[in-house]
Design a binder for this molecule. Structure first.
Ligand code: GZL
Length: 350
């Protein structure tokens, strides 16, 4: 609210200066006063945060989540909501679910600006199209934390304050290293890509494809299509691959949910997943660990969604005017069959 009032008044002042080209006449001053008054009335209508209603100086965070496309995404949402629910004395969380639509994330961010939250947090569903709304955040003086995905660097990295995310290029490279090992350096591979234009998909593909091209002359990538990070589309695309190619030795899936869909498709085609066709995923969700334990999958490259503590601690630092690193990188592991026991599965946090 306070930010909204300041912003609206600031805009009114800017308007009055622009309107009179820098010199002030009585009429322009009156117009400016009228505009400011209107802005103040308008600001009174802006939704107050609970923190401002109660006068507490809580950390007010607006989180614009992508949606519920995967088990990984749900794990991230649960972690953020549980953390906020356990810290209601110091944190106020406003959460929006964009149902996978960029325009809904943008609407939610504009809402958060209107509310005058302290920090805005969101995973950009795709890398591009954020300049306008992130400029509005800057003008409103609200720092932005990107989580788990990034934006296109050409947009300038001053448009956000920090990114808390795994290294997706590294994940693609790790998958390629394991793939080369599983195939003994020779074989034919198909690739199930994540959401078109999502940094996690773009970078996992870059890491995997470039490693294979540079180090594995006898491994051929037969085909690569998007399964949009969902189990259902992962299954659908794998079914079409199996109809098109009868010599697939392995599949690299940009997330575990698509890998679980691919497993279903391979079984329905009468083949043994994990044996006839090797399967590598990314994320480290429990379903993948269970499939590895059952011998139906060969590896998952972890990409932790348990980011809430880092998110809220970083947001608190930004509210206090502290500076933080531009990229706060998660530490992730690579889980091949030899590393997965029942104890490991039972100990998984998500
Ligand atoms: C990765 C994240 C991806 C996951 C998918 O940081 O953006 O989005 O790998 C999820 O499971 O849909």
């Amino acid at each position: 609210m306070k930010k909204t009032l300041a912003m609206l008044t600031g805009l009114a002042m800017a308007f009055s200066l622009t309107a009179c080209g820098g010199s002030t006449t009585a009429a322009t001053t009156a117009a400016a006063a009228e505009t400011t008054a209107a802005a103040q009335t308008e600001a009174e209508k802006a939704p107050e945060t609970e923190a401002e209603k109660s006068g507490n100086d809580k950390l007010v965070v607006g989180f614009a989540q992508i949606g519920q496309e995967s088990g990984w995404r749900d794990a991230e949402t649960n972690d953020v909501q549980w953390y906020a629910a356990r810290n209601t004395d110091t944190i106020e969380l406003t959460f929006a679910d964009a149902q996978q639509k960029q325009e809904n994330q943008i609407k939610a961010i504009r809402n958060f600006i209107e509310m005058g939250v302290d920090v805005i947090v969101f995973p950009p569903v795709v890398e591009t199209g954020w300049e306008a709304v992130l400029t509005e955040c800057q003008e409103a003086g609200i720092p932005v934390i990107l989580v788990d995905r990034g934006i296109d660097a050409s947009a300038g990295d001053d448009l956000y304050t920090t990114m808390i995310a795994s290294d997706h290029v590294w994940a693609g490279e790790q998958a390629a290293i394991v793939m080369n090992d599983l195939l003994g350096g020779k074989g034919k591979v198909v690739e199930l890509e994540g959401t078109v234009g999502a940094s996690a998909a773009v970078q996992r593909k870059k890491g995997f494809d470039e490693y294979i091209a540079a180090n594995c002359p006898d491994i051929e990538i037969l085909d690569s299509q998007t399964g949009d990070f969902t189990r259902s589309m992962g299954k659908e695309v794998m079914e079409s691959f199996l109809k098109t190619y009868d010599d697939i030795d392995a599949v690299f899936c940009h997330n575990d949910d698509m890998a679980l869909g691919a497993i279903e498709a391979i079984k329905e085609a009468g083949k043994k997943p994990g044996e006839d066709i090797k399967i590598i995923g990314v994320d480290g969700v429990k379903g993948a660990f269970e499939a590895i334990l059952a011998g139906e999958m060969n590896c998952t490259v972890e990409c932790t969604p348990i980011l809430a503590e880092q998110i809220f601690e970083t947001a608190a630092k930004l509210k206090n005017g502290e500076t933080v690193d531009k990229w706060i990188m998660s530490a992730d592991g690579v889980y091949t069959s030899d590393k997965v026991t029942q104890e490991v599965v039972d100990g998984r946090q998500y």
